[in-house]
Design a protein around this ligand. Structure first.
Ligand SMILES: Nc1ncnc2c1ncn2[C@@H]1O[C@H](COP(=O)(O)OP(=O)(O)OP(=O)(O)O)[C@@H](O)[C@H]1O
Ligand SMILES: [Mg+2]
Length: 716
């Protein structure tokens, strides 16, 4: 079947910048896949230009590759030398082995043809061969031993770099798909190319080059003594190279492949629905089994016989008959040549050398392929090494300020915040519209602010601007009389306690989850020095954590856990089993125990998050406390207590309190300012009574809720 080929001019990327590599994009559909290839413009002009471009690429990567190799060496120079020498040994091993074997075979052939046996020479050759095998075993052992240590050290050296590089990224930069891809690609143990894999691939390519040189020279050495031998060798080489360059693998071009068949995708989505526990509850509740089954069958029918085999495979199936034949017939060329040679000069070749040639030709083909044509060609590896360092250099999108917040405003309990004509749209948005529009308000130290408004009106987004998770697209935010952007961002963040609508529970112990409200204290939990002072401080910390747990309403829940504060609710376990068809009950029980991921209720998660918030607010450094619907899953009793405790932070401790809620009542009545958001705009602001009198949106929503309660009362 001919595959449709569509050519299209490359479009400029999303930023509107036209990249230098812009050329023609070529699309091809094969099986369920679409393959997009970037076809280099002009490279056909003349080969010199192509080589020049390749050369430039090499010059670009070489300094970084040099640095990379140096750093890999620095983890254990001695061990690295042992590793590389044993690697080098194993790469030349086959060639030397080949040479030694050919010597033995030659001696034997001479003995057979002359019917005279030189025992000493034969045994010496066999002895050398055995010593060689012994040395190979030693080398292989050394290689494995050093590799284990080296791979750990190199992987973790670069993992730490990635960790560090990643931790310093701000939110907009982290959300950038390029950054994300760069980071994930290199975390240890990824098959893609953790640092060790890259080092190994690099050294492997060098070994292969060494092995090619050694193989070729030894072969030529053997064949040189035979009439027509060099020609024979050359023919084998050409045959090998023909095989390599005959097949166009997609790895050789800049290609992007995706499953574009809608029926195939639908089948996969349906299959995913039944696999995930998250969907199971709804599938059972809404009785979806028949629907899913029918839809799967329908998609299956529409898919027909379109294949999902890997594209390389499918392209191979479509190879024209002529090329298959020409490739196959090349198999026979050496044999034909051999036959002619024997016909002209029956003594020209020894049989062993033909066997050797055959073996050598296929190894050589493979090695050349690995260096130049593989998905991991030498240049590709160098580019990946370059990308490894690119993560380190990723620049943050938000520019940090230089003003020390605590130094500039040393003594204050609360915080003044002014928003002046602030507008904002998310960098990654499906609509591209402003979600905050020209918002202005003024909050004073110790005030309680309540933000209300319908879903999607921009309440949560507003909170994200307070601590510079994002910067406004226009307008200004002032904190204590200075532009927010002038302060060191981390300083400002330390002076705030924020509980967002979607909060995290880290895969750490409950105790640590709460303690992370004040990271400088949290490290005390794992302090190994058991001095009297440390033990005393740890005890104090435990008491403070219990206090925060009580304020957040999670104390009882924690006490109920078998391991109390030490419980890890969502541990990251890495496990696998083999042969699970004949497992005993004890085996299964242990498996379940290891994988135990306890869940707690939505309200209980919220209580744990609140406990962390309260632990953070216990620090005098915190001057602004913001909570985004912290009572959404709480029972009325807990909700009331929470309001009281949070209000206490502003009334008794003088902290500024910002509270986002859908519930009108207790807090809104006590609020110093209510901000009413609607579709990104701040449509009303003021105190409860004033807004009621005004009779606008707030009054309308308030009455709606109040009436609901009233009518309930009437029903009772
Ligand atoms: N990370 C994001 N990327 C792009 N758009 C977003 C993002 N987060 C929110 N939005 C959009 O911004 C708008 C405001 O969302 P926001 O979360 O601030 O609303 P909200 O008032 O907090 O709503 P809710 O009451 O549902 O919590 C919405 O239209 C939303 O779709
Ligand atoms: Mg929200």
């Amino acid at each position: 079947m001919e595959t449709p080929l569509i050519q299209e001019k490359a479009k400029n990327d999303a930023t509107g910048k036209s990249s230098k590599q812009d050329g023609v994009l070529e699309f091809q559909t094969v099986g369920i896949w679409t393959i997009m290839r970037q076809v280099k413009p002009h490279s056909w002009l003349f080969p010199g230009r192509y080589l020049l471009e390749e050369g430039k690429k090499w010059m670009e990567v070489l300094p970084i590759v040099y640095r990379f190799v140096q750093e890999c060496f620095s983890v254990a120079p001695g061990m690295m030398i042992v590793y590389l020498v044993s690697n080098f040994w194993s790469s030349t091993e086959s060639a030397i082995g080949l040479y030694l074997s050919s010597q033995i075979l030659n001696i034997m052939q001479n003995a057979i043809s002359s019917r005279k046996m030189d025992g000493y020479t034969l045994f010496r050759a066999v002895f050398v061969r055995i010593i060689f095998t012994f040395l190979s075993s030693v080398s292989s052992r050394l290689k494995k031993q050093t590799m284990s240590t080296l791979s750990n050290r190199v992987r973790y050296l670069f993992d730490e770099r990635l960790l560090q590089a990643n931790l310093r990224l701000d939110l907009p930069t982290h959300e950038n798909p390029d950054t994300e891809e760069n980071i994930n690609k290199f975390i240890a143990r990824t098959s893609q190319g953790g640092a060790w894999n890259l080092f190994n691939s690099l050294s492997r390519k060098l070994q292969i080059s060494a092995s090619i040189v050694s193989q070729v020279s030894i072969l030529l050495g053997i064949l040189n003594h035979q009439h027509g031998g060099l020609w024979f060798g050359l023919i084998y080489l050409i045959k090998g190279l023909f095989d390599i360059f005959d097949f166009q693998s997609i790895w050789e071009s800049t290609a992007y492949v995706w499953d574009s068949n809608p029926h195939y995708r639908r089948m996969r989505s349906l299959m995913q629905m039944i696999k995930q526990t998250a969907h199971r509850v709804e599938i059972i509740t809404d009785v979806l089994s028949d629907y899913i089954h029918q839809e799967w069958l329908r998609a299956r029918k529409l898919l027909g016989d379109i294949s999902d085999e890997y594209p390389n495979q499918l392209l191979d199936y479509e190879r024209p008959l002529l090329r298959i034949f020409s490739s196959n017939i090349s198999e026979d060329i050496p044999l034909v040549f051999y036959a002619i040679q024997i016909y002209i000069n029956p003594k020209s070749f020894s049989l062993p050398s033909v066997a050797l040639m055959q073996q050598a030709s296929s190894t050589l083909t493979w090695t050349v392929y690995e260096i130049f044509r593989d998905e991991n060609s030498l240049l590709q590896i160098c580019h990946k090494i370059k990308a490894l360092y690119a993560v380190e250099k990723t620049e943050n999108k938000l520019q940090d300020g230089s003003l020390n917040y605590f130094g500039t405003i040393p003594e204050a309990r609360g915080m003044d915040v002014i928003f002046k004509n602030v507008s904002f749209s998310y960098p990654k948005s499906t609509t591209g519209i402003q979600v905050i529009k020209n918002v202005s308000f003024n909050v004073k130290k110790g005030q309680t602010v309540v933000i209300v408004g319908s879903n999607g009106s921009g309440k949560s987004t507003l909170l994200k601007l307070f601590n510079r998770l994002y910067d406004p697209t226009s307008g200004e935010i002032h904190v204590d009389g200075h532009p927010l952007q002038d302060f060191v961002a981390a300083d400002v963040r330390r002076s705030m306690a924020m509980l967002y609508q979607t909060y995290s529970h880290y895969p750490l112990s409950i105790q640590e989850n709460i303690a992370l409200g004040q990271p400088e204290l949290a490290s005390l939990l794992h302090d190994e020095r058991k001095t009297e002072k440390i033990i005393e401080r740890q005890k104090e910390l435990t008491e403070k954590l219990a206090e925060a747990a009580k304020l957040g309403g999670s104390f009882e829940l924690i006490q109920e856990q078998k391991q109390g504060f030490e419980t890890v609710l969502h541990p990251t376990v890495w496990s696998w089993s083999t042969r699970s068809n004949d497992t005993s009950q004890a085996f299964k029980d242990k498996m379940a125990e290891v994988n135990n991921k306890a869940d707690v209720s939505a309200g209980q998660w919220q209580r744990l998050a609140l406990s962390r918030l309260f632990f953070r607010t216990a620090s005098d450094r915190v001057r602004l406390v913001a909570a985004d619907e912290p009572s959404a899953s709480l029972d009325p009793q807990m909700e009331y207590e929470l309001f009281e405790r949070l209000r206490n932070l502003s009334t008794s401790h003088g902290k500024t309190l910002i509270y986002v809620t859908h519930r009108f009542g207790y807090l809104t009545k006590h609020a110093d300012i209510i901000l009413v958001m609607h579709k990104g705009e701040l449509i009303e602001q003021g105190k409860h009574e004033d807004l009621l009198v005004k009779g606008g949106e707030y009054a309308k929503l308030y009455k709606l809720q109040a009436e609901a309660f009233m009518s309930d009362d009437k029903v009772e």
